[in-house]
Design a protein around this ligand. Structure first.
Ligand code: PEP
Ligand code: MN
Length: 332
């Protein structure tokens, strides 16, 4: 249950009431928000006489549920925003990993030539094998910051584990929590205390309910700026890397109040399928696309097979605009 209390109540009193009701307490500009387990179906006695409103929710997808707040959360990024009253679809692109200054310079120049505002590149890579490239770490974060200063791009990068969560939050404009670490409470809590947008990727064996619950973990720590990213789930199929769950995307759009973005690159795992999938994703009317592109994909140190070269990326980008228009969206 979510309970609103008037903002003019004394904080100590609200905290005492929250403790009695076994609720998490958030202070907003215009109200206190208390959240109990969704198993609570009637207003706790302690809160009777104080609550200005309360909402009974079906599941522990509470703050992220449209049953609680039907409008899609607005998230400001660069000079634009996603969610809210706009039908913007944000392009987030770049190489899987930052590998060198020259490589990331080339990536920035390509993105800028298309008017793309967000550069995404990994510095701390969660890998399937311990014997592969794990990213440039802090050196990579500093290079990304240098690119932001030089080119005015916003930077999005992934936090892999709690050893570097503070650095990533400090350097990034958008923090990504990857599919392999989306259940990590230390990451969810740290990102929940941050005041930056967080892209939460769906684990490849994660149900939609678990995925939404993880969004609630972040939001219940005070950060409402959570963006959900579908990036493919594991099925019996092995010809493609994962299976992009577009039905799941329809569910997320219908039942959650979070902006939803799609990552066809990791789902497909091979560059040949990415442009078609990107158009299909755009046709789903999502709030963003996350696409991997590298100046020379064949020498990429991670995810080489799925990254588009810059020519293929440009062609795909041009082809997305009419699809966006057909579904009443604008590519930003
Ligand atoms: C990535 O975005 O480069 C990545 C590792 O993705 P995922 O967490 O979806 O596997
Ligand atoms: Mn990748």
């Amino acid at each position: 249950m979510i309970i609103h209390l008037p903002v003019n109540m004394a904080q100590q009193q609200v905290e005492d009431l929250a403790r009695q009701a076994e609720a998490i307490c958030l202070k907003k500009a215009d109200k206190y928000v208390l959240i109990t387990s969704s198993k609570v179906k009637s207003l706790p006695d302690a809160l009777k006489g104080y609550a200005s409103e309360h909402f009974v929710l079906d599941t522990d997808m509470q703050l992220s549920s449209r049953q609680y707040d039907a409008s899609v959360g607005r998230i400001d990024i660069a000079d634009t925003y996603i969610g809210g009253d706009q039908r913007n679809t944000l392009m987030i692109a770049g190489p899987c990993s930052i590998e060198s200054e020259e490589q990331i310079e080339q990536s920035c120049q390509m993105l800028l030539s298309l008017g793309i505002k967000v550069l995404r590149a990994g510095c701390y890579k969660p890998r399937t094998s311990p014997y592969t490239f794990r990213g440039l770490g802090l050196e990579g974060l500093k290079l990304l910051a240098k690119m932001r200063d030089k080119y005015g791009l916003k930077i999005c990068t992934e936090v892999r584990d709690s050893t570097h969560v503070a650095e990533v939050i400090e350097y990034a404009d958008i923090v990504q929590i990857g599919a392999k670490s989306m259940y990590d409470h230390s990451l969810l809590t740290a990102c929940g205390k941050a005041r930056k947008p967080v892209i939460l990727k769906r684990g490849f064996g994660t149900t939609l309910q678990e995925f939404a619950n993880c969004a609630d973990f972040i939001m219940s720590c005070g950060n409402e700026q959570v963006i959900l990213c579908e990036r493919g789930i594991r099925t019996f199929e092995t010809k493609t890397r994962f299976t992009l769950d577009l039905c799941g995307v329809a569910w997320l759009k219908h039942y959650t109040n979070r902006p939803v973005i799609l990552d066809p690159s990791h789902a497909m795992g091979y560059d040949y399928g990415v442009p078609d999938l990107a158009r299909a994703c755009m046709a789903m009317g999502v709030d963003g696309l996350l696409i991997e592109t590298h100046p020379t994909p064949c020498v990429a140190k991670s995810d080489a097979a799925q990254q588009l070269d810059h020519d293929a990326f440009r062609q795909m980008y041009a082809s997305l605009k009419p699809v966006a228009a057909a579904v009443g969206r604008q590519l930003v």
